[in-house]
Ligand binder design. Structure first.
Ligand SMILES: Cc1ncc(COP(=O)(O)O)c(C=O)c1O
Length: 390
């Protein structure tokens, strides 16, 4: 028996100029229980590539964290498994409350008063914010090269995507360019630090964007990698202050829980309400307790940031010594100029059993590399020497 989207969302989509056909497409997919055909990092990484990566290969393609969940998270997950037969909203609330305290935003059991909403990762709120805030007349404005998940969601519903190049040299978001490019923007997507470049956009520039954006538009700040960058300034306080800002967080990166799935959107309750209407269902209790336990380990963020940062800087020293061009990232991935079509380089590297990341159409001769363990990066270097300039 076909169901439809919750009526509020349906009316909203139709009001925003969607044809009954595209509305029907979204409704059908949701009804079928299917994920909307959008993409997260592993899907993007494997989009046109082999799926069967050998077990002994070095996998540095999807910005994962080889450290995985911390021991405290693993213990909490182990202990909660026997309760897995039940919907346990209390664990979701506990995560929201713990995170709200750290980020100094208001959490309430009443959704209409809460500034934080928990998700299974951050892909869902990212996609759903695009559905909520963009339309045929209100484009998504994003950086190039940038994280492609939002643009894919926009294209799916027929919303225009306005790509604005990162600023040359600093590789930060050109907020003034973004404002000028789309006076009718529905959603500005700022990935800070940026995927794939690992570069930061200054707090002053984000404030400028928020202060000067067109009326009715929203600024979404994706802070998936924020804890990895020593000099990053988070923007959760802007959400707490009631600005038209949505901040996304995930446990997939520094917390090493990509396969476990936990994340959050932090924003004014009315903005969260517009996003959350596109999803339903309980959160996985394993991820909820794992994320809460991770937040309570106060040394986790600085320790992991240092471990990953030390490995990254060592690779940068190695690349610099060989005059290889790269973007000086502050996170767990970096772009490197391989001076040949990225796909060709990627194929050559896979023959060495090293799986690096993809290229972006604007930078076809560059590939993105995830910072793995020191052992992973030793294998990367060996393979790189065989495949670079080959
Ligand atoms: C910038 C950015 N945002 C969001 C995500 C989504 O990740 P997840 O759904 O695992 O939270 C990723 C994944 O790599 C990402 O790179």
């Amino acid at each position: 028996m076909p169901q439809v989207l919750p009526s509020e969302q349906a009316v909203d989509l139709l009001r925003r100029g969607y044809s009954r056909r595209s509305f029907g497409r979204i409704a059908t997919l949701l009804t079928a229980g299917a994920a909307l055909p959008f993409y997260n990092e592993p899907a993007l990484a494997q989009l046109s590539r082999v799926r069967n990566i050998p077990a002994d290969a070095t996998k540095i393609d999807a910005n994962e964290n080889p450290m995985g969940p911390c021991p405290e998270a693993a213990d909490a997950i182990h202990n909660v498994i026997r309760h897995g037969g039940r919907y346990m909203y209390a664990y979701t609330d506990e995560l929201a409350q713990t995170m709200a305290e750290i980020e100094q935003v208001k959490f309430s059991y009443k959704a209409e008063e809460s500034y934080i909403q928990i998700y299974a990762g951050s892909s869902a709120p990212l996609h759903q914010a695009v559905l909520a805030f963009t339309s045929k007349d209100r484009p998504l404005v994003t950086a190039d090269p940038g994280y492609e998940a939002g643009p894919r969601a926009a294209k799916f519903i027929g919303a225009e995507v306005v790509n604005v190049p990162l600023r040359k040299g600093t590789w930060d978001h050109d907020v003034r360019g973004m404002l000028a490019a789309a006076p009718n923007a529905g959603l500005f997507y700022i990935c800070n630090p940026n995927n794939p470049t690992g570069t930061l956009t200054s707090r002053a520039d984000i404030e400028y964007l928020v202060a000067n954006k067109p009326k009715g538009s929203v600024v979404m700040i994706d802070e998936a990698y924020i804890h990895l960058a020593k000099n990053a300034v988070p923007c959760t306080d802007m959400a707490a202050a009631g600005k038209d800002v949505v901040v996304l967080r995930t446990f997939s990166k520094i917390y090493g829980m990509a396969g476990l799935r936990a994340g959050a959107a932090i924003a004014r309750p009315d903005l969260l309400g517009r996003i959350s209407g596109f999803s339903a269902g309980a959160m996985p209790i394993t991820a909820m307790v794992g994320a809460t336990a991770s937040l309570k380990v106060k040394t986790l963020v600085p320790d992991r940031r240092k471990t990953i940062g030390d490995t990254r800087e060592e690779v940068f020293t190695w690349l610099s010594a060989r005059n290889v061009e790269f973007v000086p990232s502050e996170t767990n991935c970096f772009m490197v100029n391989v001076k040949r079509p990225g796909r060709e380089f990627w194929t050559a590297m896979t023959a060495q059993k090293v799986y690096v990341g993809r290229s972006w159409p604007v930078w076809p001769d560059w590939v993105r590399v995830t910072v793995g363990t020191p052992a992973d990066m030793a294998k990367f270097k060996d393979a790189f020497l065989k495949c670079y300039n080959a």
